[in-house]
Design a protein around this ligand. Structure first.
Ligand SMILES: Nc1ncnc2c1ncn2[C@@H]1O[C@H](COP(=O)(O)OP(=O)(O)OP(=O)(O)O)[C@@H](O)[C@H]1O
Ligand SMILES: [Mg+2]
Length: 162
């Protein structure tokens, strides 16, 4: 069975933990991982005063996203995992774009993401992106909790030779 793990990644600590979890799982099973960064439409709207500035703003935010995904690749290298990585950037409402990606890529059958992200309110049980993906995803969603025992198990996990 083909199984690709979709990892929505915003560069936040919780998304890093989710990434590491997904990479260990993918390494052990030989699954590919698709990293997805969504340029938030609301940031584009906020930063472009005139319609004519839009394209430039989108370009800039895309470049930011590329850097974030490059950092994710570096994390994979440092961990020493042998995982096929794909990177993708979308523009829109983050949860909608994550769901669309899972819908359009038939190989994706699992989403692994953090419980919180970069823009979060600490008191919310789940960030709004995580909550909406859980509600609307066509595939299973694994929410990686930012708990000490999980952080420890990820940091200590041996990367097994395949
Ligand atoms: N722009 C994004 N692109 C890709 N993945 C994202 C993006 N935003 C959030 N995520 C994913 O969703 C997870 C949960 O983040 P979420 O945004 O729901 O929490 P939050 O930022 O704490 O809360 P909120 O956004 O509701 O203020 C992150 O760990 C990450 O995996
Ligand atoms: Mg957020």
């Amino acid at each position: 069975m083909s199984r690709k793990i979709l990892v929505p990644y915003d560069g936040s600590d919780p998304s890093k933990l989710a990434l590491k979890w997904a990479l260990l799982d993918a390494h052990d099973h030989g699954f590919p991982v698709k990293l997805l960064y969504v340029v938030d439409q609301r940031s584009v709207d906020m930063l472009s005063g005139f319609a004519s500035q839009r394209e430039k703003v989108v370009e800039e935010l895309r470049r930011e996203g590329e850097k974030v995904l490059e950092e994710a690749e570096r994390i994979a290298e440092e961990m020493g995992v042998d995982v096929e990585l794909e990177k993708k950037i979308r523009v829109g409402v983050p949860w909608r774009e994550i769901v669309k990606e899972a819908e359009s890529d038939e190989e994706v059958n699992l989403i692994v993401m953090g419980s919180h992200g970069r823009t979060g309110l600490e008191h919310a049980v789940l960030g709004s992106v995580a909550e909406n993906v859980v509600r609307h995803s066509p595939v299973n969603v694994l929410i990686v909790r930012s708990e000490e025992r999980i952080e420890e198990s990820v940091e200590k996990a041996p990367v097994r030779r395949r």
